[in-house]
Design a binder for this molecule. Structure first.
Ligand SMILES: Cc1cc2nc3c(=O)[nH]c(=O)nc-3n(C[C@H](O)[C@H](O)[C@H](O)COP(=O)(O)OP(=O)(O)OC[C@H]3O[C@@H](n4cnc5c(N)ncnc54)[C@H](O)[C@@H]3O)c2cc1C
Ligand code: SF4
Ligand code: SF4
Length: 441
């Protein structure tokens, strides 16, 4: 069979599994069954099923797993620039979190800390509000500076050699790039959240080339899931082995959605300041902005929400369910909502506690935080899987590219089966229900 036909056959098999309502954990057999027969041109399947319909969430897992550098990455999506170099290894499709949910046995592979509970925001052992005891770290951090403290402490004690994270752009601090951090100064430089999309995991390739380990990875949930699928892909080639052997800590950031650069442009225009003067944005039911001259401004989340990144609809994970430690800014101002999931997460966090680098408070001190995390996780985890959702073009036709308000019904507490996509236009007189995080983000 020629190559194009073989790819079509795998694609047909994938569609049949999806359409027949097969267990989503079985969907990967569409391509894995081809692996022992020499594989197929998987890059074509990835581009047709994920990138062309606008469903790519930009996690970069396909880019950084490809052993022959088929992809470039631009404007938050992969480009198959060196398409003909494909060696049929199938890794790019196997690691894509949009094509399939993470494998069922992922929970065993990441070594959850026992006893495990799941109250609606992923399996975990315990959780606390935490804050760095060093005031400078808190000031430099987004919330309690826990992420920065974890990286700094790991580097100081040799439990991590480098971190895959990000840094802000000097001319537009609300946009960032990936960065392989190898010094405390670089960790501090990368602190705080950019609420736009920062493809941290692109720095994995540099880490691998320099053979830097043990390695920490910081990322929003789409990136965490991409990294986990890279580490535990059942296709055991050298790249996947390297990620499995050398990534020792995966820190996830809770995430409802990211925002587009147009949102930052809008803010700058609305506040009548250059973009380089918007030093920090924090979203706590409203958009809190810190400017270079020390002024603090507030904008409504409803207005800024128009700039939510459309691709984020295809993301099912709010709480970084597969991270070692998940961190959020919900519940208590200037503290980090901290969820310890795995043995590795427990070890890293307890090392901070033992050395007095963080102070903690029980979730019960601000119980609303946990309630919100459960609610926000529910909206994402109960959406249909991306393969079953409309494409970006179809959503544009309906006139709703908003990831937060695409499905309605959930906000009334209705079960997921009663959720429904927004009706098609005309919608001028209808009020779209506001489903924002409300109290915190
Ligand atoms: C796009 C986005 C959406 C978020 N949404 C929510 C939410 O809905 N609810 C909630 O509770 N928390 C959310 N957070 C998490 C929150 O903003 C903080 O990152 C978290 O509370 C940790 O705070 P900290 O002070 O411990 O982190 P810090 O010590 O300040 O460290 C922050 C780390 O995040 C990295 N980082 C910064 N921007 C990005 C980015 N865009 N993508 C990936 N990594 C980045 C930095 O490089 C740094 O390593 C979101 C974060 C991001 C980036
Ligand atoms: S979602 Fe991630 S793995 Fe899938 S195509 Fe996009 S960048 Fe690649
Ligand atoms: S919602 Fe957050 S985690 Fe999900 S795709 Fe968007 S940026 Fe990534």
């Amino acid at each position: 069979m020629d190559l194009d036909n073989l790819t079509k056959e795998v694609q047909g098999r994938y569609h049949r599994l999806v359409d027949q309502g097969a267990d989503p954990n079985e969907w990967a057999y569409a391509w894995r069954s081809e692996y022992n027969r020499g594989g197929f041109k998987a890059v074509d399947l990835l581009m047709e099923e994920v990138v062309a319909p606008g469903k790519c969430i930009g996690c970069a897992a396909c880019v950084t797993i490809c052993p022959v550098d088929v992809f470039d990455y631009k404007d938050e999506i992969p480009l198959d620039t060196r398409h003909n170099a494909c060696v049929f290894c199938e890794l790019c499709v196997d690691v894509c979190p949009v094509l399939r949910p993470t494998d069922r046995d992922m929970k065993d592979q990441i070594q959850l800390k026992e006893p495990v509970k799941d109250e609606g925001f992923g399996p975990y052992n315990y959780g606390v509000y935490a804050r760095a005891t060093d005031k400078a770290t808190v000031d430099q951090g987004q919330d309690g500076g826990v992420c920065t403290a974890l990286l700094l402490h790991g580097m100081k004690n040799g439990t991590i050699k480098a971190a895959v994270a990000g840094e802000e752009h000097a001319d537009n601090p609300q946009m960032g790039s990936s960065m392989l951090q190898t010094s405390p100064e670089e960790v501090i430089k990368g602190a705080r959240s950019r609420y736009t999309y920062q493809p941290n995991t692109l720095a994995l390739v540099e880490a691998m080339k320099k053979d830097l380990s043990p390695l920490a990875v910081v990322g929003v949930p789409c990136q965490v899931n991409g990294v986990r699928q890279q580490q535990f892909s059942s296709i055991r080639l050298d790249v996947a082995e390297w990620y499995q052997d050398n990534i020792s800590l995966v820190v996830g950031l809770l995430c409802s959605e990211a925002f587009t650069e147009e949102g930052i442009d809008w803010l700058a225009q609305d506040l009548d300041v250059p973009k380089k003067d918007i030093m920090n944005i924090n979203i706590k039911g409203r958009v809190e902005i810190k400017l270079r001259d020390g002024r603090e401004e507030v904008k409504s989340l409803k207005a800024f929400g128009k700039y939510a990144r459309p691709a984020c609809l295809y993301c099912m994970d709010y709480s970084a369910d597969n991270a070692d430690i998940a961190l959020g800014g919900i519940g208590m101002d200037k503290w980090t909502f901290t969820i310890i999931r795995t043995e590795a997460g427990h070890k890293a966090f307890q090392a901070l506690v033992k050395d007095g680098w963080v102070e903690t408070k029980e979730f019960e001190e601000a119980p609303l935080g946990k309630d919100l995390v459960i609610r926000l996780s529910e909206y994402k985890r109960n959406r249909p899987l991306p393969a079953l959702m409309p494409s970006l073009g179809e959503r544009a036709e309906i006139g709703n590219l908003d990831p937060k308000n695409y499905y309605r019904g959930w906000e009334d507490g209705a079960s997921a089966k009663n959720w429904r996509p927004l009706p098609p236009p005309p919608r001028k007189k209808k009020k779209i229900l506001q489903t924002n995080d409300g109290e915190g983000k």
